[in-house]
Design a protein around this ligand. Structure first.
Ligand code: FDA
Length: 387
């Protein structure tokens, strides 16, 4: 078959951004392959026929950015709704607003503290471990926000995320625990936020709509029985690789560690189960960390949603094995050293650019992935195409 000018492995936001730029700015013929049967990578979503909910297949995705270049770029392919992200938490039979703010504090202490009074109280409670060097997550949490708030809202949630008792977790998992001494419970602080008006998949299909871009699904880069595999391509055509960096090198230096999430779907005979899109469970008695009610991300679609049924996904966090979806880098000191060794090998690969969250072993939000992809196109891919 005729060789394209560029092969992109992975139809996620990194791969699609590079492909779109290469086609538009260099006139390149780009082949995008993905092992999955859909484009979009982890930002992919689909419409649930029964409820009219847009289900984010790989976990809830909220778009937010303060980066003007990224905001202008994404708006070429989709408009955004006015959605503003807010999260609530169930603790000890009550629902509280998050992140911890004056509303959370006054509800928790049955008080009417002013901002200054609440700040003084939290400082006094955090003083319990002032001047000590915390060795585990519990001590660190107490030192940051005091024992009552830490134990109510952080301790068990984090323990469930890591499937480990917080007394056994390293202190450096949390660097800071923001507490707001006003009633602002808007989750993100970015200049722009919203959800793609016609959904994530329509947005990403438009990124791939250039006739010079061809997308082939169900194609594994490491399957040598198909023509677009690693051995057939590397060194012969420029490649952008967004799969796992350790997999690329056949795990020869060892496995990079990830956490994954299992989703359990529950359907209810009611129009609205939570009254909000995201409910965290702060206590140990509920085994999942949080639950997502997808309909509530898109209240503007009420006339297209089922008024009598709703769908909720509960999230269970655990360590990933090979074959699981890798979601969050575990990122211990040992992982960072191992990644540095893979990164050195990646830099020596001829005409291969490693990118995205799997290719660089980093937790990136969507806007960061798009920003790094635009930069990678300018600095690394465009020069290869010009040769
Ligand atoms: P992505 O993983 O999307 O794409 C890589 C692609 O490569 C995949 O489609 C994969 O199938 C393919 N691939 C891998 N190996 C291959 C092979 N051998 N052959 C062919 N194809 C192969 N961000 C945000 O801004 N707001 C949010 O709310 C969230 N929420 C969120 C929740 C959860 C649970 C996760 C895990 C992540 C988020 N994110 C997020 C982050 C967001 O998902 C992320 O920034 C982008 O999807 C990453 O895009 P990439 O292209 O880097 O990887």
């Amino acid at each position: 078959e005729h060789m394209p000018d560029l092969v992109v492995v992975g139809a996620g936001l990194f791969g699609l951004t590079v492909a779109q730029q290469a086609a538009e700015r260099a006139g390149a013929h780009v082949l995008v392959i993905d092992v999955r049967d859909h484009i979009g990578g982890n930002a992919y979503s689909y419409m649930d026929e029964e409820t009219g909910a847009e289900i984010h297949r790989y976990g809830a995705h909220l778009f937010h950015t303060s980066n003007r270049r990224v905001w202008d770029y994404v708006n070429r392919f989709t408009s955004f709704t006015g959605y503003v992200h807010r999260v609530y938490a169930t603790h000890d039979g009550e629902v509280y607003p998050l992140p911890i703010n004056l509303g959370t504090i006054n509800q928790f202490f049955h008080a009417h503290y002013t901002p200054a009074e609440a700040k003084a109280l939290v400082e006094e409670q955090a003083g319990e471990l002032a001047g000590t060097d915390p060795q585990n997550l519990n001590d660190k949490g107490v030192q940051l926000i005091g024992r009552p708030l830490y134990e109510a809202f952080i301790k068990n949630y984090t323990g469930k995320q890591w499937q480990t008792d917080p007394s056994q977790l390293p202190a450096d998992i949390i660097k800071r625990l923001p507490v707001r001494f006003n009633y602002d419970n808007r989750y993100f602080k970015d200049t722009w936020e919203g959800l793609p008006t016609d959904g994530y998949t329509a947005w990403m299909e438009r990124m791939a709509a250039d006739p010079r871009i061809e997308v082939r699904l169900g194609v594994d880069f490491f399957d040598s029985s198909q023509p677009w595999n690693k051995a057939a391509l590397v060194g012969k055509v420029p490649v952008v690789y967004t799969g796992p960096v350790d997999r690329y090198f056949d795990y020869e230096l060892g496995d990079l560690k990830w956490r994954t999430v299992d989703f359990k779907e529950v359907r209810y005979d009611e129009g609205d189960h939570f009254g909000c899109p995201v409910m965290n469970y702060s206590d140990a008695d509920v085994p999942y960390t949080r639950a997502i009610e997808f309909k509530n991300f898109n209240p503007e679609r009420a006339d297209r949603q089922n008024p009598d049924r709703t769908v909720v996904w509960q999230e269970y966090s655990r360590f990933a094995e090979r074959g699981d979806e890798p979601y969050y880098p575990v990122n211990t000191e040992a992982d960072r050293k191992l990644y540095a060794a893979y990164e050195a090998k990646a830099a020596a690969e001829p005409q291969v650019v490693f990118g995205g969250r799997l290719g660089t072993y980093k937790y990136y939000d969507m806007h960061q992935v798009i920003d790094t992809a635009l930069t990678a196109y300018d600095e690394r891919v465009a020069p290869m195409l010009a040769r």
